[in-house]
Design a protein around this ligand. Structure first.
Ligand SMILES: O=c1ccn([C@H]2C[C@H](O)[C@@H](COP(=O)(O)OP(=O)(O)OP(=O)(O)O)O2)c(=O)[nH]1
Length: 168
């Protein structure tokens, strides 16, 4: 079923979020932004949309990296995009999401940050293996999943942001 669409966030939004994580100048940030690839499935039968790393990444064991993806996603009502590790990187290096699994709500798209998606990654292996990924490598995968609500659900709040925004 066709229920979503990936897009790039604006350059201004990407830059604003990127400088909070990485020390790059404007020219370099524009280069990274222009090279950002829209998530895609590797094969016709794949459930997961691969997300690609915008830069070369070096993972030290146990270190956590937060990556602004440059991507937002429009999702139909009643569906959620869940983010999972790729099994190859999980098996080899114990690469997992810092938040164990990512939940991208459909109403995140309209947030003030344009619905800019972030990925938190941890190289979590017991063998102390560090590893590198080159820019453009598939790092995690997103799967569109339907969800239900309770028969007496009366939620009316509207989201603006993520990462604990609804605690405020
Ligand atoms: O890996 C992730 C997980 C979440 N998000 C964004 C999209 C999601 O819609 C929003 C909120 O996520 P979630 O509902 O899981 O977080 P929360 O801690 O419950 O925060 P909130 O109070 O904002 O719902 O943050 C990401 O960009 N990457």
């Amino acid at each position: 079923m066709k229920v979503g669409k990936f897009e790039k966030v604006s350059f201004e939004q990407f830059k604003k979020d990127w400088v909070k994580q990485f020390n790059d100048n404007d020219e370099k940030i524009k280069e990274i932004y222009d090279a950002i690839k829209i998530p895609k499935r590797a094969t016709q039968g794949s459930a997961g949309y691969d997300f690609f790393s915008p830069i070369d990444l070096h993972f030290e064991p146990k270190a956590k990296i937060k990556i602004p993806t440059g991507i937002r996603v429009r999702i139909d009502e009643g569906w959620v995009l869940q983010i999972f590790p790729r099994s190859s990187l999980g098996f080899k290096y114990g690469l997992r999401l810092g938040n164990t699994t990512g939940i991208i709500d459909s109403d995140y798209y309209g947030s003030d940050n344009e619905g800019h998606m972030f990925m938190s990654l941890v190289c979590d292996n017991d063998e102390n293996i560090a590893f590198d990924l080159t820019a453009g490598s598939a790092i995690v995968q997103g799967i569109f999943i339907p969800f239900g609500i309770t028969v007496d659900d009366e939620t009316t709040e509207i989201r603006n942001g993520g990462f604990g925004s609804t605690n405020k």
